[in-house]
Structure formats: C-alpha cells, structure tokens
Design a protein around this ligand. Structure first.
Ligand SMILES: C[S@@+](CC[C@H](N)C(=O)[O-])C[C@H]1O[C@@H](n2cnc3c(N)ncnc32)[C@H](O)[C@@H]1O
Length: 447
C-alpha cells in the first residue's frame, strides 16, 4: 500500500489531496525565546517583521532564508530554541506550572522539554529520557546550553526506569517515535523510509510506552500523547485501546479553534495539517488520570546509597568564587560528579542516568573543577560574569585565550549581552579558555 492509498483509508479524497499538495511547499520555521534568560528580541532581528505564534508565548515564525538563527552567538548562548510550530504546541497543552514534576519520555533533541522547562522556570523537576545514546547526549547538552537546573536526563528504556517513579509525575509528555509522515516536508528520509509495516511496528512501541506512562502518572495527573504521523493506527487506535484498558483515564477535549481538525472517530484530540495550520503535521491527545494513586519519594540514607552529602569545602568555595547561589542541602555527589538538585533522591540502581540535576563539576587532585553547565546556569546578576565584545565572544567560542587585566585571578564566567557562554580561568590578565572541546566552533559556524 502506498502512502496515498493509506491516507484514503481514513481521510476523504479532498483532504488527502490537499495534504499531499502541501508537501510541495517549503517547511515553516519558528523559534521560542528562552524566557528564563531573556525577555526581549535582540537587536539583530528587531528590524525583521516577526509574526508571533498563536497559543505559545514568546514564539515567532521567521524566514530561515533571511535569518541564520542557528549561527548567531545568541543561539550558542541558549537565548532561543528553534523548533517547528506544530511541535511547540504539545507541551503547552499540559498547563505546566511552577513546582510540577514532569516526565518527557522520548525527549531528544529536547524541543518539548525546552517548552516544559520554560513553564517550570527552574522549579519542580523535569526528568527527560531518550533511548538512543547519541540523541540522549544531544538532549543533555541542550539542557546544559539553555542553563536549566532542575533536570535529570536518562538514557534508558521506560520498562527499566518506571520502577523508580511509580504514580509520581504530575505531567507526562509522550512524544512517541512514529512513522514520521508529519515530517515529509522537512525530511526526505522520512518519505523514503515510510511503509505500512513501519506504521504497525511503531504502534506496538507506542502502546507499550503508553502503558509505562500510565504507571508513572499520579492520580489527577495529566499526560499528552503526540506523534508526527497522520496514521490513525498510531494515534486514535492507540488511544481508544488505551482508554478501553484503563477506565480511570479520560480524554480531555483540546479546544483551540477551527484551523485545527478534531481527531478521527473520537472527539477531543487535535490533528494539525500543514494545509490548514502554519506548521508541520502533528497529532495530539490530552489525557487525565482520575484516581488517587500517588507516591512521593523521600531520601533514604541507606549505607550503600549512590549519593553522598558530605561535600568537600572546596566545592562550596568555588561556587562562592563564581557567585553561584546554592542551598547546601541540595548539593550532592553522584558517581564522582557533583550536582545540585532540589528533589528527593530516587533509587536509580541499574538505570542509566546521564545528568542528575545541574552538573557542578568534579574533583581532580583535591581541587574542585567547575563544569560548563555551572557557567551556563549563571544569571545576568552574576558578579563574576564578564561581558565580552561581539568579536571576543566569537573568539571565545572558537577556543581562543583572551586578555583582560581588570579581572582578578581564578575561575570566571564569560558571556555576551549578559548571557553566559562558558568558563575561563583568569591568570594574571589572561582568560584561559575552558570551553569543552566538543563545543568549540569553526569560523563558518558562527556569524
Ligand atoms: C519524535 S522524536 C522526539 C522529539 C522530541 N520530543 C522533541 O520535541 O525534540 C522521538 C524520539 O524517541 C526516541 N525513542 C524511540 N524509541 C524510544 C523508546 N522506546 N523510549 C524512549 N525513547 C525512544 C527516539 O530516539 C527519538 O529521539
């Protein structure tokens, strides 16, 4: 069965033709400001007329032929996230608020996590996971770049980590792996790779992920299920079967307006088609758990615990030197690395944890070495943040040593326009570059 025949099994001919025609148009780009760091559009894009997205705060369409947003210093400073508009709506449906505990189960590269983290505004907790090791690393590095503190990154299978979080989360994002037809305009590979077999294989994975999500959602909690596939097998069928198996789960009506299509066969989901909505394809469902199940986890100081709270004084001295605010109680050592985290500890034995909150650094020869993440979490009020000129900021990102004889010796944070870029070690007027090797940029990657 080819893709058009497949579409005609659940869409009328006129809609299917409009959808297929829309694949000939260019994909749409948008970005969302990192409101934990900035609240204004920067000078370099002020002159371009930016059209705001509906339903998402601080998000704008932009013309990628005119603006190379991926090459600006602001991009490397985590001032905004580039994401297609339909995907930006998903996390918003959850109405995430300060203090919520949120899980993003298939999170890489981190677009929906980014949206959730803006709503959390460095409160509560986000646990984000991806099963693919390389993609989980990219996810973790994005969390670092955007300076978020309250985030645990896992690289595991939910069948394994769900035991740590039974009935725990207030909100869950399940942006499931799918056959990808909603991305046909953006991604040629998705077209070549499509087959009806893939649709059914994805459906099985989606069903098992949804079961795991259910076990981790607390009573009265909400979850959003989304895919970038148009196939009913991966959307409505998965949801109907899930609702049949879980009588305490309710489908909540997503009501936006008539640019959007209702789900097929059941009322309440949302189908975004590129010929109606200005963005790529996305299908989503909002679900609520009507039970009282709830679990909180309180740290159990077991002798064989992976966590240590006896933290060397040098760690705190370095945080003071870098003018990083901390609560002593929230600093922990986990597998030789130091982190700051404000939530109870989880029994993560056997789970592949790649970031346990804000990474602070590690000890080397009895000296504490601060991490890049620590620098990226600095706020604009930080007294050890040195603002660089545009040219020096560029040089810093390329790995050069800079000079500044007005700054005292020791670790410092360098930035541009009050946005941190990374660490330096100041030695007699020389700013020795501590940008991690993998983050150094070649000249052509930055404008
Ligand atoms: C649609 S993408 C996620 C996009 C992401 N939510 C965002 O907004 O940036 C689906 C992701 O699911 C991951 N994945 C596939 N199977 C998975 C599984 N069983 N558990 C967790 N992640 C999985 C893939 O590696 C991929 O990164």
């Amino acid at each position: 069965m080819d893709f058009k025949e497949h579409l005609l099994t659940f869409m009328d001919r006129e809609e299917a033709n409009s959808l297929l025609e829309s694949f000939n148009n260019a994909s749409i780009s948008s970005f969302r400001l990192n409101s934990t760091k900035i609240d204004k559009i920067f000078d370099f894009i002020e002159n371009n007329a930016l059209e705001p997205l509906k339903h998402v705060k601080n998000a704008y369409y932009y013309n990628k032929e005119q603006l190379e947003l991926g090459k600006s210093i602001y991009f490397y400073a985590g001032a905004y996230y580039i994401q297609e508009p339909a995907a930006m709506l998903v996390a918003n449906l959850l109405n995430i608020g300060a203090g919520d505990k949120v899980l993003d189960m298939c999170a890489a590269p981190g677009g929906k996590s980014f949206n959730a983290l803006l709503e959390l505004n460095n409160t509560g907790l986000l646990v984000c996971n991806d099963i693919n090791p390389l993609r989980a690393k990219i996810l973790s590095s994005n969390i670092e770049k955007y300076g978020f503190t309250n985030t645990i990154v896992l690289n595991d299978n939910s069948a394994n980590y769900k035991k740590c979080f039974s009935n725990y989360f207030d909100k869950i994002i399940l942006d499931a792996p799918c056959s990808g037809s909603g991305m046909f305009r953006k991604d040629d590979f998705a077209i070549k790779d499509w087959s009806i077999d893939k649709v059914y294989k994805c459906k099985e994975i989606q069903q098992s992920l949804l079961e795991d999500a259910y076990s981790m959602l607390k009573g009265q909690g909400m979850m959003v299920y989304s895919t970038c596939s148009y196939s009913i097998q991966e959307n409505e069928e998965v949801i109907v079967e899930f609702l049949n198996n879980h009588k305490d789960m309710e489908l909540i009506n997503i009501s936006l307006n008539d640019e959007y299509n209702d789900s097929i066969g059941i009322h309440g989901g949302l189908r975004l088609y590129p010929f109606k909505y200005k963005g790529e394809g996305q299908v989503m469902f909002l679900l609520k758990k009507n039970s009282d199940d709830f679990n909180d986890f309180v740290f159990n100081k077991k002798k064989d615990s992976l966590y240590y709270r006896r933290i060397e004084q040098d760690v705190f001295s370095c945080l003071d030197e870098l003018d990083i605010k901390y609560d002593k109680e929230s600093v922990v050592k986990y597998k030789d690395q130091y982190y700051m985290i404000n939530v109870p500890f989880f029994d993560f034995k056997g789970v592949n944890v790649i970031r346990y909150g804000l990474h602070l650094g590690y000890m080397e020869n009895n000296r504490f070495i601060p991490s890049h993440s620590l620098a990226m979490s600095a706020t604009k009020e930080n007294k050890r943040l040195i603002n660089l000129s545009y040219d020096d900021a560029k040089k810093y990102l390329q790995g050069y040593t800079l000079n500044n004889d007005r700054v005292g010796n020791g670790f410092a944070i360098v930035g541009f326009d009050n946005l941190p870029l990374g660490l330096v070690k100041v030695v007699n007027g020389q700013l020795k570059n501590h940008l991690p090797k993998g983050l150094k940029l070649s000249e052509n990657l930055i404008k």
